[in-house]
Design a protein around this ligand. Structure first.
Ligand SMILES: [Zn+2]
Length: 110
């Protein structure tokens, strides 16, 4: 890869501030931040029943409908879960929407 290509696509990881090629970004945070492959949580694959699948979607939609895309509308315990302590930026309403869409369509991380 030539340096020019790297420069054009260089972004800083929102978490560790390391400069990396955005084309290797594992995902984009709701506010548009990129996360490097080293900081990204790897995908989790689990098999669920139809009942479990729809409960996950319902729970996410309940969370969203309750306004919990906004941290101010969460209890401390739910906020801690959404941020894994202070480890990640929690999803906002748009991020939750995108996640529901991906779960429904089997889409991959962007
Ligand atoms: Zn990083």
């Amino acid at each position: 890869m030539n340096e020019r290509a790297i420069e054009r696509h260089s972004v800083n990881c929102y978490k560790c501030d390391t400069l990396f090629d955005e084309r290797n970004s594992e995902r984009t945070t709701p506010d548009g931040g990129d996360i490097c492959p080293d900081c990204a949580v790897q995908g989790i694959n689990i098999a669920v029943t139809a009942q479990e699948f729809h409960t996950i979607i319902a729970a996410l939609r309940f969370y969203q409908e309750s306004g919990m895309g906004d941290p101010g509308n969460r209890s401390d315990d739910i906020h801690a879960l959404a941020c894994n302590g202070d480890d990640v930026v929690s999803l906002d309403a748009v991020g939750i929407d995108n996640l529901c869409e991906r779960i429904n369509t089997g889409g991959s991380l962007q």
